[in-house]
Design a protein around this ligand. Structure first.
Ligand SMILES: Nc1ncnc2c1ncn2[C@@H]1O[C@H](COP(=O)(O)OP(=O)(O)OP(=O)(O)O)[C@@H](O)[C@H]1O
Length: 240
């Protein structure tokens, strides 16, 4: 397989507005690709197109050599939205075991997924009684338990304490090392340095498709946030 995800000339409108302006890029397999940029830049919209739940105006999105959203991808692509997508009237363990069963996985694998996100101690609690950060983590566990080949995570570390963030990033790297392709959005630039590759989105345009080292070089700064701002200003000068 070449790229895990290929996006070609993707244009998306939401409501009356064009929010993605003809994006093209490829996501390599077995790596963590960060989708970064300011709020409203189109990260969620792009992720929705990759998992096949976004109406696209034109262009193509291919995932694991299939059209995005193809039924055959259902068990091969995992998606964790920003809002928790689990049953709040079930316990943490019941949710994990339910999603495990849907993917043909065992209760033991469900419990392992809970441990991976640091929720083993909360397994008996009802989801509705959990904090926002814990609810995000149970959503993540329910996606992990299916062992998808492509995992699309929309801001998975929002609201998490620093220790847990580091643990989750270690987990993402372990998954990538085992062959999983991860696309992880964040608007926190310090997470950019943890990615193998970066896609920087601003106002629906791709500002950069590079590694953190390339971004530092092209943006003339060791600080990734500053490098990103320099790239934005470079583009504005070219456009002027
Ligand atoms: N349901 C919708 N209807 C109309 N416009 C929308 C809808 N959802 C998002 N948009 C618009 O599409 C643009 C891109 O939004 P999107 O949620 O993809 O950005 P984002 O980079 O993920 O932002 P954030 O980091 O805040 O989640 C924004 O201008 C937003 O206002």
């Amino acid at each position: 397989m070449g790229a895990a995800v290929t996006v070609t000339d993707l244009v998306v409108h939401r409501g009356p507005r064009r929010v993605l302006h003809g994006l093209s890029f490829a996501v390599p397999p077995g790596q963590v690709t960060g989708l970064l940029g300011p709020s409203g830049g189109g990260k969620t919209t792009l992720m929705r197109a990759v998992v096949g739940v976004q109406v696209v105006r034109s262009g193509e999105v291919t995932v694991l050599d299939e059209p995005a959203g193809a039924p055959v991808l259902r068990h091969r692509v995992g998606y964790v939205t920003q809002a928790p997508s689990v049953y709040e009237d079930l316990t943490v363990r019941e949710n994990a075991r339910y999603f495990a069963a849907l993917h043909g996985m065992s209760a033991r694998e469900a419990d392992a997924a809970l441990a991976d996100v640091g929720l083993a101690d909360a397994a008996g609690q009802l989801v509705r009684n959990l904090s926002g950060g814990q609810q995000s983590r149970i959503s993540l566990a329910c996606a992990l338990v299916g062992a998808p080949e492509v995992l699309v995570l929309d801001e998975p570390t929002v609201g998490l304490d620093p220790v847990l963030r580091v643990e989750l990033w270690d987990r993402f790297h372990a998954l990538a090392a085992a062959g999983t392709t991860l696309i992880v959005s964040s608007h926190v630039m310090d997470e950019a340095s943890r990615c193998h590759r970066l896609l920087l989105l601003r106002d629906g345009d791709l500002i950069a498709d590079s590694t953190p080292a390339e971004l530092r070089r092209d943006g003339r700064s060791d600080d990734l946030e500053e490098a990103f701002l320099n790239l934005v200003m470079d583009r504005q000068e070219v456009a002027a």
